[in-house]
Design a protein around this ligand. Structure first.
Ligand code: NAD
Length: 252
């Protein structure tokens, strides 16, 4: 859930899973994106390609009902969905409106729980749920604003869902990805500066790729990761461990 085009993080994950033998269904949000998603999904042999808007409970119901009809069960779900009004992804968090706060929380946070409610009954032999988050949940990133607050709640949801579902052998994890140029990323003010900052200051001294997120996701979604749940795994070139940026006087 969450492929918009070939740059989407969800598509990077889908490619890695496909390379390792997964059979997948795809959802798309609205007709405009259908034109992008359908050919991509078909290119890796997907047969189930469904509309799903997570703000509409009936739409989520219909997607999972179709998956149940066709497959009867499900091993994993990737939730790579977020939205906020881009006028509020600039300037101050202080200026967040109640309408956009509710919308951002609904689409970017609550939808994971809504999806889990429908996916869990299909995970008859256990399963894995994965969502995508960002460092702006943990620390203040300029302009990330209400999305940072929603991601913090999303990361907490991962922990609560993991506790609820562990006995059913269903694991719930998140990948905290470093910045990648995608459609959603384009909505954040000063994105180019964020990318440059990460490139210059992360331990690996570069930005990460969609493929790298895909490979890490594969680990969490598959039986390689059966010991992990409730985890927020950083795939960010190590940026989250940096406490202070090296200046010339700090270098030896
Ligand atoms: P993207 O634009 O390719 O994907 C975002 C997806 O959310 C789109 O497919 C869009 O259709 C979907 N979406 C939005 N509102 C929806 C709704 N109401 N119903 C159903 N789907 C809806 O961008 P992306 O960067 O690949 O984003 C995927 C996830 O990764 C998001 O949760 C994002 O916050 C997260 N993330 C992105 C970055 C980054 O730098 N790109 C970094 C860390 C985390």
């Amino acid at each position: 859930m969450g492929v918009a085009n070939e740059r989407s993080i969800a598509w990077g994950i889908a490619k890695a899973c496909h390379d390792h033998g997964a059979e997948m269904a795809f959802t798309f949000q609205g007709e405009a994106l259908e034109r992008r998603v359908r050919p991509l999904a078909s290119s890796i042999g997907a047969k189930i390609i469904l509309p799903c808007d997570v703000t509409d409970a009936k739409s989520i119901d219909a997607s999972f009902a179709e998956i149940e009809k066709q497959w009867g069960e499900l091993d994993f779900v990737v939730h790579a969905i977020a939205f906020s009004n881009k006028d509020e992804l600039r300037g101050r968090y202080l200026d967040t409106t109640p309408e956009n706060f509710a919308l951002t929380m609904n689409v970017s946070c609550y939808s994971l729980t809504a999806v889990a409610q429908r996916a869990v009954p299909l995970m008859k032999n256990g399963g894995s749920l994965l969502t995508l988050t960002y460092y702006g949940a943990e620390r203040v990133i300029p302009h990330y604003n209400v999305m940072g607050v929603a991601k913090a709640a999303l990361e907490a949801s991962v922990r609560y869902l993991a506790a609820d579902l562990g006995e059913q052998k269903i694991r719930v994890n998140a990948i905290s990805a470093g910045p990648i140029k995608t459609l959603a990323f384009a909505g954040i003010n000063d994105g180019r500066y964020i990318l440059k900052w990460n490139e210059l200051n992360s331990p690996l001294k570069r930005n990460i790729t969609q493929e790298e997120v895909g490979n890490s996701a594969l680990y969490l979604l598959s039986d390689l990761g059966t010991g992990m749940t409730g985890e927020v795994m950083h795939v960010d070139g190590g940026y989250h461990v940096v406490g202070m940026i090296k200046t010339s006087s700090a270098k030896q």
